[in-house]
Design a protein around this ligand. Structure first.
Ligand code: KG4
Ligand code: ZN
Length: 334
């Protein structure tokens, strides 16, 4: 049974996780995540059409489970929130359609949430005292950069990758060395057993954020070694790639801290689960006198709790609700 606080039902289906959460005030009552990782693993990556079909079968049971776990009935929900972009259009459409149906049937306002803003908002759940201004280091499968957050609804991207996202690079490099999907956590594990002894790229500009060249350099290194019949030390490849990829983002974060003078830094997105990123960002930013916060692992990768929290701030800030003509968007900027 909910108390007098606002109850928000959040829905997330932008990639391969179907998730529904119930947020009551600042209290997370449930956050159910049904992952399709096992289904996509045998294809080496997410197959969009298969993702959509699996969201379709998962969405209603996941809604039921989230309500049951929260001990909240349908008519106790005050607002519906859903990720409408960025992501895979077919996957997003399942969440958006379910959210629109609930909003219409229950006569409750519908909030359309930007996925990356939601990843940043995950930090308000894990660090309830967090207040803007702060810098958010965004590291996900589709986005990479540093965002300045000046208010609960005020975001400015200060730096973004010029090509691939860091998570995409982790997944592609993992595939090239024969590790299963999703590659990020696999590289993280292997890197702990290796030494970062291979120099894949020459980094001339510390302010540059680009992953395509690094990814290609790793793939070329692997091909060359294969052609020459040389043994490949996968652990060293993982450690070297991971260090270069993460250092690039941490250097940009450090520059942004110095330029902005903002002393609070948070991390957001799936790659912020990376153990080396967590250690490096923390030590570099703390050396500059910053407080550094990370969401717990369960709130780093895709989940609906962050969607509900983002909607809470949209509601508090008086941002408009969406109409029933809401559509999914594959590309969406902050
Ligand atoms: O934020 P997310 O769940 O989905 C997007 O919004 O894209 O991020 C998924 C990405 C994947 O590329 C995955 O390999 C990566 O996060 N990831 C990691 C780790 N855990 C997940 N990358 C590096 N180290 C990890 N421990
Ligand atoms: Zn995500």
């Amino acid at each position: 049974m909910k108390d007098k606080n606002t109850v928000i039902l959040g829905i997330e289906s932008s990639c391969d996780e179907t998730s529904v959460a119930v947020l009551c005030g600042n209290e997370l009552l449930s956050n159910v995540i049904s992952s399709q990782i096992e289904i996509h693993r045998r294809f080496g990556g997410v197959v969009p059409e298969i993702a959509s079909r699996n969201h379709l079968t998962a969405i209603l049971p996941v809604i039921d489970e989230a309500l049951t776990k929260a001990g909240v009935s349908m008519d106790e929900i005050d607002y519906i929130a859903v990720t409408y972009g960025a992501g895979l259009v077919g996957a997003l459409l399942v969440g958006v359609s379910a959210a629109k149906a609930l909003s219409y049937a229950l006569e409750r306002p519908l909030y359309a949430v930007n996925h990356i803003e939601a990843h940043i908002a995950a930090n308000y759940i894990s660090t309830p005292d967090l207040k803007p201004p702060f810098l958010a280091v965004v590291a996900s499968g589709g986005h990479t950069g540093v965002c300045r957050v000046d208010g609960i609804n005020k975001f400015t991207m200060l730096a973004s990758t010029t090509d691939d996202a860091i998570g995409e690079a982790f997944d592609k490099v993992a595939r090239a060395v024969g590790l299963p999907y999703p590659g990020g956590p696999e590289i993280d594990k292997r890197a702990k057993l290796g030494t970062p002894s291979i120099k894949f790229v020459e980094r001339k500009h510390k302010a540059e954020l680009s992953y395509s060249g690094l990814k290609t350099a790793v793939i070329n290194y692997l091909h060359t070694a294969e052609q020459r019949g040389q043994a490949i030390a996968i652990e060293d490849v993982c450690a070297s790639f991971q260090q270069t990829a993460v250092d690039m983002l941490v250097d940009v974060a450090v520059n942004t801290v110095k330029k902005s003078g903002i002393k609070t830094v948070v991390a957001a997105g799936g790659v912020s689960a990376n153990s080396y990123l967590r250690a490096k960002l923390k030590s570099e930013c703390e050396a500059l006198g910053c407080e550094v916060y990370f969401p717990p692992m369960s709130l780093c990768t895709d989940n609906a709790a962050m969607v509900a929290m983002r909607a809470k701030h949209m509601i508090e800030g008086g941002l408009p609700a969406a109409g029933l003509d809401l559509n999914a968007k594959s590309y969406l900027k902050i």
